[in-house]
Design a protein around this ligand. Sequence first.
Ligand SMILES: Cc1cc2nc3c(=O)[nH]c(=O)nc-3n(C[C@H](O)[C@H](O)[C@H](O)COP(=O)(O)OP(=O)(O)OC[C@H]3O[C@@H](n4cnc5c(N)ncnc54)[C@H](O)[C@@H]3O)c2cc1C
Length: 373
Amino acid sequence: MVIKKDVIVVGGGGAGANIARLLSDQLDPSLHTLTLINARPFTVFLPATVRMAVTDEGNLEEQILIPFDRLLSKRLGEVRVGKVVAIEEDRPGAGGHVVLAGGDKLHYDVLVLTPGTALDGPLAYPDTKEETLAFIKEWRRKFRDANHIVMAGGGPVNIELAGEIKEYWPEKKVTIVQSRKLPLHPSYPDRFRSRVEKECKARGIEFVFEDYLDQEVPKDGAVTTRSGKRLVVDMVVVSRGGTPSTGFIKNFDSSIVTERGFVRTHPSLEVITHPGIFCAGDVVDNEERNGLGKYERHAAVVIANVLDHLNGRALSRTYKARSSVDTITLTLGKSGGVAFSRRFGGTIWGNWVVWFRISRTLYVPQARRRMGY
Ligand SMILES: Cc1cc2nc3c(=O)[nH]c(=O)nc-3n(C[C@H](O)[C@H](O)[C@H](O)COP(=O)(O)OP(=O)(O)OC[C@H]3O[C@@H](n4cnc5c(N)ncnc54)[C@H](O)[C@@H]3O)c2cc1C
């Protein structure tokens, strides 16, 4: 009797869902099992969440909280809803078990870790469908009821949220408090950051630069920044970009997780010192910016190497981070936004291109297709 080898993918988001789908096509059902474990009974297509957070127009929650029932091929694979809280390795390279909240243990010979980022503010979704729908409804109510909204941090999520708020309520006052002299991180050139500022201001979004907002709840209808500036507000939004969901990996072996929570891998995307455990997506420790586009390449490398490992071969594929071609697109409501690519010495695209390529649909049809819908 053949003892099948068990492959487990933890996390069914931008990276993990894709990897699980491809593995379900490529593994041999007579030799392998495949289990995708995800904390929620659906994947969340993150690029469209900023619009879903502020408006019920188009009922995006029906489009972008996508179930897993059509993801895997009929020949192989099952989806288990649950949160992995621990990894118990028999010994490096010999497989082990993952432990779910609630105590169930699932055996693995090969493990692929793609737990992504835990987001904050209006994107910090709970784990059940019912709670998530109530959470979305409550945030929409808060945005609708507030007249002056202040945001702590001038990163991509707050900028896109501000753009969506202005799209649906141009009359509301939206202020972003940003620690730096321009929006975004200084790793982007000033000319792109200035363009983002200009496009935001054209939509009526205001900035307080070189200041910090620590106060998350208004007092007597106002908040005070670190430098003493008083802002009359109804609501504060804090979204700092999130943190890697790698607590359970750190508890397993703290030496494989960096101080900032990213997982150390070899160029094969195999986790250092743990043969047979692979990692992909946002939590990989490399210099690239997060982005779904590059997770196709993560998937290709991980799948080839998973097959090599299962067949007892040396790992054949390596991943080369390409931060030099990083692209960032910021949608500012449905009408457009700004995009930047490091290619060709740094190229900026404006409203028309962003509108045409992204802001109209936010890639929702493509995301659904990838999940089998
Ligand atoms: C507002 C916003 C806009 C974005 N826009 C773009 C864009 O325009 N273009 C682009 O390329 N990228 C964009 N991104 C980034 C992109 O969405 C992410 O890089 C991508 O989703 C990350 O994929 P991932 O699989 O690593 O993590 P995620 O997609 O976050 O998936 C992780 C999954 O793992 C699950 N999970 C976590 N911990 C556990 C556990 N312990 N047990 C079980 N399951 C677990 C989670 O529930 C989740 O389903 C955007 C991100 C945000 C937040």
